[in-house]
Design a protein around this ligand. Structure first.
Ligand code: GRG
Length: 345
């Protein structure tokens, strides 16, 4: 790959929050209309050297996400530096980055350059990080550890942790509105999708049902409540990836996103029962201790394991369908399904 890079600011004016470093050849490939089904490693073939961009793997996408998140700047008022420091402590603590990678992998499958999906991907990870900060507070789940180190409120105090969560939320929205490339209509649409998934129609209601120990009437009802808490954001990642290609999710993508959302939470329930603290980065067994309604506490470990297998298999069926018509590679989406199924943290 050509080692030469350019730095491209993506903000409209001052205060670039996410800067991108594109290999010159990659940039030119986009401009010349050769590219990109995916984005990443450059390969040449044929006498004329036809440019083809090899899709990025999970690791490659992970690297792009970490790089972009590391460049997010929290612009704060004079005297509020510790607020930015706290937000960065939570954001750069090394999560798995499943959600932003899912945005990028979907975009890649739809033939969108990774570069064009990074702002929305980062914004979603920032909102997810906010939800972890809030969930960890003593008034909620009271987790002392998160992502392998002391939870934010244990280091900075509840007050600063809440404010850092607010900063992550507002900066995430600004990223989509100001840093995301494309027409205003697209940016508004992306933001609507993200807010629908994370606000009172989605995650916030899911968390409400969780903290008030809502007792689901059936396994179907449990799935509904878990979709609110966890699954809607995962579906939103796929939807945003598709929107970036100016498409709504078709039946196959919808089925995949829903199955992955359910799979993610079922595996989370299993890990809370069977996982090891050193891998999870937080204490296991918290669901049972706190009387949470999960696949494991309500229906048992065997049921949860069967459900995980069933939804993993559903992911595979939908991925086969997607692979038969998507313009780009679905390999990274397959890797995500494997990761979500097999993870130990
Ligand atoms: C977003 C406005 C707004 C409010 C938040 C607190 C709250 C409302 C929601 C909490 C929802 C919650 C904690 C859901 C659990 C989701 C979950 C399984 C988190 C763990 O995600 P991983 O495993 O974690 O992807 P890493 O650390 O890898 O990112």
């Amino acid at each position: 790959m050509d080692g030469k890079t350019i730095t491209k600011g993506r903000a409209n004016g001052n205060g670039h929050a996410v800067r991108s470093i594109l290999p010159v050849l990659e940039r030119d490939a986009h401009r010349n209309g050769h590219g990109p089904i995916g984005s990443g490693e450059l390969a040449f073939s044929g006498i004329q050297g036809t440019l083809a961009l090899a899709p990025l793997s999970l690791d490659g996408l992970h690297e792009r996400v970490e790089d972009a998140l590391g460049k997010v700047e929290f612009v704060v008022a004079q005297g509020a530096d510790r607020l930015a420091e706290a937000a960065r402590y939570a954001l750069l603590a090394g999560g798995k980055r499943v959600r932003p990678i899912l945005v990028l992998a979907t975009a890649q499958a739809m033939g969108v350059p990774i570069e064009d999906a990074l702002s929305t991907a980062c914004a979603i990870e920032m909102i997810h990080t906010n939800s972890l900060i809030v969930d960890d507070l003593p008034a909620m789940d009271n987790h002392p550890k998160r992502r392998g180190r002391p939870a934010l409120h244990r280091v900075y105090g509840d007050d600063i942790a809440i404010l850092a969560g607010c900063a992550l939320l507002s900066e995430a929205q600004r990223l989509i509105l100001e840093e995301q490339s494309g027409p205003a209509e697209l940016r508004n649409h992306l933001l609507r999708v993200v807010l629908q998934a994370t606000g009172s129609t989605g995650m916030v209601s899911g968390q409400f049902l969780d903290v008030t120990r809502y007792r689901p009437g059936s396994s179907h009802d449990l799935e509904r409540t878990q979709m609110l808490k966890t699954g809607t954001l995962i579906v939103a990642c796929v939807r945003c990836g598709a929107l970036l290609a100016d498409r709504e999710m078709g039946q196959a993508f919808t089925g995949f996103a829903h199955s992955l959302g359910v799979l993610f939470q079922v595996v989370d329930d299993i890990l809370d029962e069977t996982g090891k603290a050193r891998w999870l980065g937080k204490m296991p067994g918290s669901d049972r201790r706190k009387g949470k309604m999960t696949n494991v506490t309500l229906f048992g470990l065997e049921y949860a394991r069967r459900t995980a297998t069933e939804y993993y298999e559903r992911c595979q069926v939908h991925l086969d369908e997607i692979a038969s018509s998507a313009p780009g590679s679905v390999a990274a989406l397959r890797e995500i399904a494997d990761l979500v199924h097999e993870r130990n943290r």
